[in-house]
Design a protein around this ligand. Structure first.
Ligand SMILES: [Zn+2]
Length: 81
């Protein structure tokens, strides 16, 4: 069955601006950002990755940027097999 409204993304951010105005933004692998707790740099994260290799705790999880995580966790460094 097809809904009579536009195709709705699986997950989206809903921001209530008040007075009946609501913004809905689809969550993609490109528009979710976080800040590295180590160096403070902003970068985009793919939430799918957070849930697949993390504990899936979106609010208790700090995600380090690529260079910091490489420094902190050399064991998960990509590359040489
Ligand atoms: Zn960093």
């Amino acid at each position: 069955m097809r809904p009579d409204y536009e195709e709705v993304p699986m997950f989206y951010v809903k921001t209530n601006l008040g007075e009946g105005a609501v913004i809905k933004t689809e969550i993609t692998d490109e528009n979710v950002f976080t800040r590295c707790p180590q160096c403070g740099s902003e970068f985009s994260v793919d939430l799918a990755d957070v849930f697949t290799d993390g504990e899936g705790d979106l609010y208790g999880t700090s995600i380090y940027c690529e260079s910091c995580s490489r420094h902190l966790r050399p064991d998960i460094c990509e590359g040489d097999a």
